[in-house]
Design a protein around this ligand. Structure first.
Ligand code: ADP
Length: 271
């Protein structure tokens, strides 16, 4: 019996070692993927805007008399837009670092979800210019305990993706419904959708689905940041296909929370 148990133990240990080895190999591959992706992202996402800024600044500083006022303004606008892009990229990297270190602490307040969606839509208004945007928000949404700045970032990233990855002119929908314990929110577009095999991986850092996506501005960080923020709020986020399998729906569930009781103002206290 002792021998049998010892044999079983040895097999179990061997199995555990094997599982540990496979896990180690998986982590090493993932670390290598992240290292390569980070380096290529740094060289692309930092250098491309820097080269544009340097080019525009050089043209401006030469103070070429042949440049019209319009051309000068265009150069200034290029500098502004590219600097914004750099700023966003650095912010994304900082957010990812905080999420990775578990240091992202939402500063929650009791907020109206539709205010957060409106703020994100206003920020994305330039991208949404040629887009029918449908807001279908439950009129009975409760106030929710959310960090308004972080959640606006989530909606902005999702609307940004919907605009980038679906054809111009097609509709984008933001939908939300109250359920007994939580609120379900969807941001949907009518683009090509995300292949089923990639629907989980798109939430990994630096993961982009297709080679053709690399022609679209992006770093592969947006959805990883969304997941980090939503999970820090105790919620969940996933990618699904839209109605009739068309397009993409990013679905979030967030806890509805307990609204704080309104303090008694002393009305009708018998005075
Ligand atoms: P980025 O857009 O910067 O590449 P994200 O993390 O936001 O990074 O998205 C990861 C990848 O998921 C994108 O590169 C794209 O391949 C895919 N994706 C995201 N949103 C959509 C969408 N609405 N429709 C189709 N593909 C999408």
């Amino acid at each position: 019996l002792i021998e049998t148990l010892a044999d079983q133990g040895a097999v179990a240990i061997e199995r555990t070692t094997l599982v540990a080895d496979i896990e180690k190999a998986r982590l090493a591959t993932e670390t290598e993927r992240l290292r390569t992706a980070l380096l290529s992202s740094l060289s692309h996402d930092l250098r491309t805007p820097l080269v544009s800024i340097l080019g525009a600044a050089t043209s401006l500083s030469a103070y070429d008399a042949t440049l019209s006022t319009r051309q000068r303004l265009d150069l200034v606008q290029t500098i502004q837009e590219e600097a914004e892009r750099l700023n966003r990229f650095v912010q994304n990297l900082l957010d990812m670092t905080r999420i990775g270190a578990g240091a992202l602490k939402p500063r929650t307040d009791w907020v109206d979800l539709s205010d957060i969606v409106s703020a994100a839509v206003a920020r994305a208004s330039r991208m949404l210019r040629r887009r029918p945007l449908r807001l279908d928000l439950d009129p009975l949404l409760p106030l929710m305990a959310l960090d308004p700045v972080l959640m606006e970032q989530v909606f902005f990233n999702l609307i940004d993706n919907a605009c980038k990855y679906s054809p111009e002119g097609t509709a984008i929908t933001v939908w939300a419904r109250r359920r007994p314990t939580h609120v379900v929110i969807e941001v949907c577009d009518l683009g090509p959708g995300i292949p089923e095999a990639d629907r989980e991986r798109v939430f990994d850092m630096f993961y982009r689905v297709q080679a053709k996506d690399s022609q679209t501005a992006g770093t592969g960080l947006g959805l990883a940041i969304c997941r980090g923020i939503v999970e820090a709020h105790g919620g969940r986020i996933s990618a699904q296909s839209g109605i009739n399998d068309a397009g993409t729906c990013i679905v979030m569930t967030l806890p509805a929370g307990e609204e704080p009781a309104v303090p008694d103002q002393g009305d009708g206290d018998g005075q």
